[in-house]
Design a protein around this ligand. Structure first.
Ligand SMILES: [Zn+2]
Length: 263
């Protein structure tokens, strides 16, 4: 989602652009896709079918894959709230990590062999793998920003604090910022009917990836955004989707059948 938004905003990607997915691409080593998607995979197909190759190529089209390209992608990702604390009114708030060449050089100051940013780091980043770390809350907020056309809301649990005598001690004021992407460039993707996206996040220590599913609903006029992450549960759609479905059913209960009028 974010790589698509960044490419569209930069102009290096368009909704008319399509690629051929032969199951992966070689750039030093082999960077795989989960499937051979074949010819004419455009932006909408790539989102619907989770084609990694589309995003590998999109990230390379952003320019210098060892410098300005990934730095730009990282800036857009941070605009969507990744790599920084959300500011939620709860005691634990994690920043996660959006890597870029400057970060890599900084953390590996004493290890020149690791300090360099390779083209492959850009490919990993384009699909949210490698060093990228994000929390489910960050992903829900970023999905919300995609749904609403570019506003990133600061999450809060507290609506208001009321004293025993009824005096209102504190009221939460909703705060937002703009992600810095113009909505008209297609980020809202208004004609995508199913506004959901699977993900699989590799876990270096475990065999199965973390299952992710993010979505917003209703697709045409969204009012909620959801992020589901189940640790080491395999690929997103089989495991995380049923959880999102239960949340959606609670948020949008089916209308009760109207009772038949007595004759
Ligand atoms: Zn593919």
């Amino acid at each position: 989602m974010i790589t698509a938004a960044a490419g569209l905003e930069q102009g290096s990607l368009s909704t008319r652009h399509s690629i051929n997915c032969s199951g992966g691409m070689r750039l030093g080593r082999w960077f795989g896709c989960w499937k051979t998607h074949g010819a004419n995979i455009d932006l909408f197909d790539s989102l619907a079918f989770s084609c990694n190759v589309f995003y590998y190529q999109a990230s390379l089209k952003m320019g210098n894959p060892q410098g300005s390209g990934p730095t730009y992608l990282a800036t857009v990702a941070r605009g969507f709230g990744l790599g920084r604390e959300t500011g939620i009114d709860l005691p634990s708030d994690e920043a996660g990590l959006v890597p870029d060449p400057a970060w890599r050089a900084q953390v590996n100051k004493s290890r020149p062999d690791l300090a360099r940013w390779y083209d492959g780091n850009t490919l990993n980043m384009s699909i949210g793998q490698g060093d990228v770390l994000a929390t489910p809350l960050q992903m829900a907020l970023a999905t919300g920003a995609v749904a609403n056309g570019g506003t990133l809301w600061k999450p809060h649990l507290l609506q208001k604090a009321v004293a025993l005598d009824g005096k209102i001690l504190k009221t939460a004021t909703p705060q937002s910022e703009n992600v810095g992407i113009s909505a008209k460039k297609g980020i809202a993707l208004p004609h995508v009917a199913i506004a959901g996206k699977t993900g699989s996040a590799e876990d270096a220590n475990k065999v199965l990836p973390h299952a992710w599913w993010v979505c917003y609903a209703p697709a045409e006029k969204p009012t909620i955004a959801i992020a589901v992450m189940i640790e080491n549960a395999g690929h997103g759609s089989e495991n995380a989707v049923p959880v999102a479905k239960a949340i959606l059913e609670a948020a949008f209960p089916a209308p009760k059948p109207t009772p038949k009028k007595a004759p």
